[in-house]
Ligand binder design. Structure first.
Ligand SMILES: [Zn+2]
Length: 178
């Protein structure tokens, strides 16, 4: 089954913005979206988020030779645990750097970060702990790897991802005094 056109368009738009904002490397990160008619569409293993097309996204259960993201199990677990409409996994660089220095969370200091993310963003060791963390939080970091955000749709998950990186950058500047 081909991925519905509107779902493909949403994945392309959000993937492009993640790439342009520097929130993923050329072949890094992955996205998934729950379809209104049921089922989940996810980016393929090794897909470039900045230039997704019908060959690099796939409906789960109807792969037809295409290989879904190696993070597919993480996405499935998030949908089961948190009941999201979409999931965004990115590699925001300041957030990753701080995750290597943090204990169990990052604490946003800026107003925007506090507003959207609250007082803490959990940092977990290993992807297998992400779904549990996202029961109570919209976004979590895997230490030394990247962020996983859930949202009603891809746009909300993008929002949390970009706000996290902005907050982490501010936190980094404050800590280093530069
Ligand atoms: Zn990753």
């Amino acid at each position: 089954m081909p991925v519905p056109v509107e779902a493909l368009r949403e994945l392309q738009r959000v993937g492009r913005l993640l790439w342009e904002a520097g929130l993923v490397s050329s072949h890094g990160g992955n996205l998934s979206l729950r379809l209104p008619e049921g089922g989940v569409v996810i980016t393929c293993h090794g897909a470039m988020l900045g230039r997704l097309d019908e060959d690099t996204v796939v409906a789960l259960g109807q792969e037809e030779g295409r290989e879904p993201s190696s993070d597919t199990d993480v996405h499935r677990a998030i949908y089961e645990a948190a009941g999201a409409g979409a999931v965004v996994h990115a590699h925001p660089r300041h957030a990753i750097a701080l995750s290597l220095l943090a204990d169990n969370d990052l604490e946003p200091l800026d107003l925007e970060g506090r507003h959207y993310l609250g007082k803490r963003v959990p940092v977990v060791d290993g992807r297998e702990h992400v779904a549990e963390a996202l029961r109570d939080f919209p976004i979590a970091l895997v230490r030394g790897h990247g962020s996983y955000a859930r949202g009603r749709d891809l746009w909300e998950a993008l929002l949390y991802t970009s706000v996290l990186e902005e907050s982490a950058h501010v936190l980094y500047l404050v800590r280093t005094g530069r």
